[in-house]
Design a protein around this ligand. Sequence first.
Ligand code: UDP
Length: 331
Amino acid sequence: MLYKRKMYTKSVLITGSSGYIGSHFTKYFTQKGYHVFGLDVVEPKKELRHYLKDFLHTDIADTPLVLDYLARHKPMGVIHCAAKALVAESVAFPQMYEDYNVTRANAFLETCISSSIANFIFSSTAAVYGEPLHIPIKEDHPRSPVNPYGETKKKFEDILLKKHHDKEINAGIFRYFNACGADFDAELGECHEPETHLIPNVIKSILEEKPLHIFGNQFSTRDGTCVRDYIHVIDLAHSHYLLMEQMIQSQMTDNIFNLGTEGGYSILEIIDAAQKILTKKVHFEIKNPRPGDPATLIASHQKAKTVLGWEPQWSDLETILTTAWAWHQKQ
Ligand code: UDP
């Protein structure tokens, strides 16, 4: 007798699904065949709606609603992207960052655990390292954040790692270096209000014909401007997909990964590349450095390569700049 095999669709809940990174993850996981359940305090843009199986418009710490949502959908895993993520804002309002990134994130984690969510991936950041002692930065580099944003991400990492250690949940942590670029169909892209990130500001300076402000040119780097490791958002999405697939199969032992390219560009090099690739002039002015900006941040990604088989594929400047440009031009 022939039995019909029941096929299960994999499923994931993504917090911050309306944001820059969460929206790209939503589309990517849907294209990989997952059911994606979104959760955000901001409604999804219309381009994103059809990638979401369901959407809950609320705060991560709205426990009764989140409990009900998890009970209805029973996702195999959660990707927790929702956070306050502006360094300067965190310096001005540290309590708000503590409240959102630690207290409410903790409430959300407890809700997940009490709902028997098996797998939990946390979006962390290179900001947990602070001023690096050596480059490239490996995952076991001491964590010594230099701003409240990095501090709150470090605190939640520790809360999550304890739950993982106690086997209450299977946790994975990704520390992103400089996320950038946009979806290849130009449906989704990077837009923060206010915009503080370099790549969108380079593009905006071209489109709005306003000079880009370069924050400092006296750093100890090859041309005096800060060097960063720029990683395409679709490379980030792919790493989360690989980790979620592994976590669904097994309990992770090695579970903290840097996500970067192991290379870096200075601000002047980004400007130079933008001028060549987009064939536009970028005007700029040198301003004072921002407080807490390290001169150089470059990741080692050997752990992600060894454990997940992940390597960046789309993080060349040509792909980063052309995808970002295509999306910005449509806005
Ligand atoms: N930066 C700049 N002008 C801008 C935005 C950023 O000079 O309009 C610099 C910033 O000081 C840092 C680098 O570009 O040295 C990358 O900044 P971003 O905010 O994109 O990422 P971060 O490394 O701070 O997370």
